[in-house]
Design a protein around this ligand. Structure first.
Ligand SMILES: NC(=O)c1ccc[n+]([C@@H]2O[C@H](COP(=O)([O-])OP(=O)(O)OC[C@H]3O[C@@H](n4cnc5c(N)ncnc54)[C@H](OP(=O)(O)O)[C@@H]3O)[C@@H](O)[C@H]2O)c1
Length: 249
């Protein structure tokens, strides 16, 4: 039985991936801050689940949790770094320092902390790391500023890291979704459900299950195939093109 380690498993992509992996006979370590949400999964999948209620921004806590994984969850085959968030959708100069730091600390430093502690467990037997980037990394949209920058980091780090582990049979995939309905927009708009729902109004968006299906199909590719980056959007979403500021606007 293989083992996966999934961050951000209390909601959205992380949760959908954890469930998909459990349904495909994996044991799964599920990590997020909201323990009560993780325990719900544990109730259903019992001994195949190991719950870690932890903040990815807390390096010491991450190290301690990984060092103390139960024996039957110690060897990790698949790491899914899904914990992440966007805060706000305004101009950079109006973004609070606190929100800026939360995005950088979670999306960049948190992902690095978890990867740094899990990767050594893959060096011997190989493995697969999925890092959640975003279409925001390559498509600058209004208000994306810091969030887009953090996701560009995720993409570049994912590619660069492959150089370090090419001899260890470790696959690394930067998965970059577009519009997808999860708790993401509610978090971005700080609990303003009306603003969050507006994003998905009258359109067809991706579901977290679509993302989990995609990850599962990549996991099931032949051993020698690495998908470096995969970007996916709903059919309804395309690019806005260039914006030209005109006088008197
Ligand atoms: N939804 C989209 O449209 C979209 C598009 C492109 C990329 N993404 C990226 O995909 C990833 C997953 O997003 P999602 O859509 O699934 O959003 P979501 O439903 O809000 O889930 C985010 C998850 O991250 C966890 N998390 C946030 N901060 C954390 C922290 N400091 N420590 C530990 N866990 C933390 C949350 O759990 P707790 O609150 O319980 O800690 C939650 O489980 C993110 O990296 C996001 O940037 C999303």
């Amino acid at each position: 039985m293989k083992t996966a380690f999934v961050t951000g498993a209390s909601s959205g992509f992380g949760k959908a991936c954890a469930i998909k992996l459990l349904e495909n006979n994996y044991k799964v370590v599920i990590l997020a801050r909201r323990k009560e949400k993780l325990v719900e999964l544990e109730k259903t999948y019992k001994d195949n689940v190991c719950v870690i209620a932890c903040d990815v921004r807390d390096y010491k806590a991450i190290k301690k949790a990984v060092d103390n994984l139960p024996d039957d969850f110690k060897t990790i085959d698949v790491l899914i770094n899904s914990a992440g968030l966007a805060l706000g959708l305004g101009e950079f100069h109006n973004l609070s320092i606190e929100d800026m730091e939360t995005m950088v600390d979670t999306n960049i430093k948190g992902l690095l902390y978890v990867t740094h502690e899990i990767l050594p467990r893959m060096l011997e037997n190989g493995g697969h790391i999925f890092n959640f980037g975003s279409v925001a990394a390559n498509n600058p949209y209004f208000g994306g500023n810091v969030y887009a920058g953090t996701k560009a980091f995720v993409g570049q780090f994912s590619h660069a890291l492959r150089n370090d582990v090419r001899k260890n049979n470790i696959k690394i995939t930067d998965i970059a979704p577009g519009l997808c309905k999860t708790e993401f927009s509610e978090v971005r708009f700080k609990g303003d459900k009306i603003a969050a729902d507006k994003v998905y109004e009258n359109t067809k968006y991706l579901s977290a299950d679509d993302i989990a299906d995609t990850i599962m199909s990549i996991i099931n590719l032949k051993d020698h195939v690495n998908i470096n980056r995969i970007e996916l959007m709903p059919v309804t979403q395309t690019w806005a093109g260039f914006y030209i500021q005109k006088d008197k606007e």
